[in-house]
Design a protein around this ligand. Structure first.
Ligand code: T3D
Length: 264
């Protein structure tokens, strides 16, 4: 890998990972996939990194698969797109979901195709007012991937999921926020500052509780209430044994701000 298809900045307790192929609206080629995966793996392994921002360079967040890598009109066997998903997109989505740290996606512009669904794989999605989410797949004869049918159906319900997926129409960021597909929409000029403030807050927060909370919420959509109550009991037990709990309660009782980043 010789290009800078992904930029990885280590900041104060958190990292910013920027998709960086702006001339193609940060559409994914193999290089960008591999660099993003490597950056996220480094964030996962780095104890000083307690939250991650994913964003895009230039006027778009990500336009999904780089279609200039494909030419289905050429003679020869038809491409196996399932292989691309198996090799690149599915591991990426699983990596983002299982990262034991909050992932904030700052959607700086259009998020189309797999680009939209990669954004939705983050824990918290903040979008610039000018951004939009496009399930562009049907425009080129494909089905939503990178978790699109999962996120849309769970967050929006079948009616809106089907309409967005079948039409491929753009969903403006403001509507995405009103519908509960994303956390919030902010003025373009405020986007990066909002994402940074949130990541900084997570960097200073209780890391164990965040990691456990992510898992609980992921499990909630398929667990029964009984299963979820049992899981909460087990995870609360673990949280209660953490240094963060000790510090959180001590700080409360001493009427001071908790310092979760202190060295134990
Ligand atoms: O292996 C597999 O293929 C399976 C996996 C599939 C996953 C997928 O993501 S499939 C869906 C792929 N993505 C798309 O179909 C979206 C294609 N892009 C667009 O529809 C439009 O670009 C947008 C709606 C996203 C934005 O439109 P607009 O008018 O703001 O920008 P533009 O002028 O179309 O794009 C700007 C440049 O980016 C342009 O290059 P140029 O003409 O200035 O040299 C355009 O060609 C390039 N670009 C945008 N999207 C892609 C792209 N180049 C390659 N691949 C792209 N996906």
């Amino acid at each position: 890998m010789t290009s800078d298809a992904v930029l990885h900045e280590k900041l104060d307790g958190y990292a910013r990972v920027t998709l960086n192929r702006p001339q193609r609206l940060n559409a994914f080629n193999e290089d960008q996939h591999l660099q993003l995966r490597a950056a996220l793996a480094e964030c996962a392994a780095d104890a000083d990194c307690r939250a991650v921002i994913v964003t895009g360079a230039g006027r778009g967040f990500c336009a999904g698969q780089d279609l200039s890598d494909r030419d289905p009109t050429l003679d020869g066997p038809r491409p196996d797109l399932g292989l691309t998903l198996e090799t690149y997109y599915n591991p990426l989505i699983r990596q983002m979901r299982s990262l034991a740290k909050p992932v904030v996606c700052a959607v700086n512009g259009v998020a189309a195709g797999a680009g939209a669904n990669i954004a939705l794989a983050a824990d918290i999605v903040i979008a610039a007012r000018s951004a939009s989410f496009i399930q562009a797949f049907s425009r080129i004869g494909l089905v939503p991937d990178a978790g699109g049918t999962y996120w849309l159906t769970r967050h929006l319900g079948e009616a809106r999921a089907k309409a967005l997926a079948l039409t491929g129409d753009a969903l403006p960021a403001e509507t995405a926020a009103e519908w509960g597909l994303i956390w919030k929409c902010v003025d373009d000029g405020d986007l990066q500052a909002e994402a940074e403030a949130l990541a900084q807050r997570f960097a200073n927060g209780p890391a164990t509780a965040y990691a456990l909370t992510k898992q609980l919420i992921h499990a909630a959509s398929t667990n029964s209430l009984d299963e979820q109550l049992d899981m909460e009991r087990s995870f609360q037990r673990e949280a209660g044994w953490s240094d963060d709990y000790r510090e959180g309660v001590a700080a409360f009782l001493q009427k001071r701000k908790a310092d979760f980043r202190r060295k134990a």
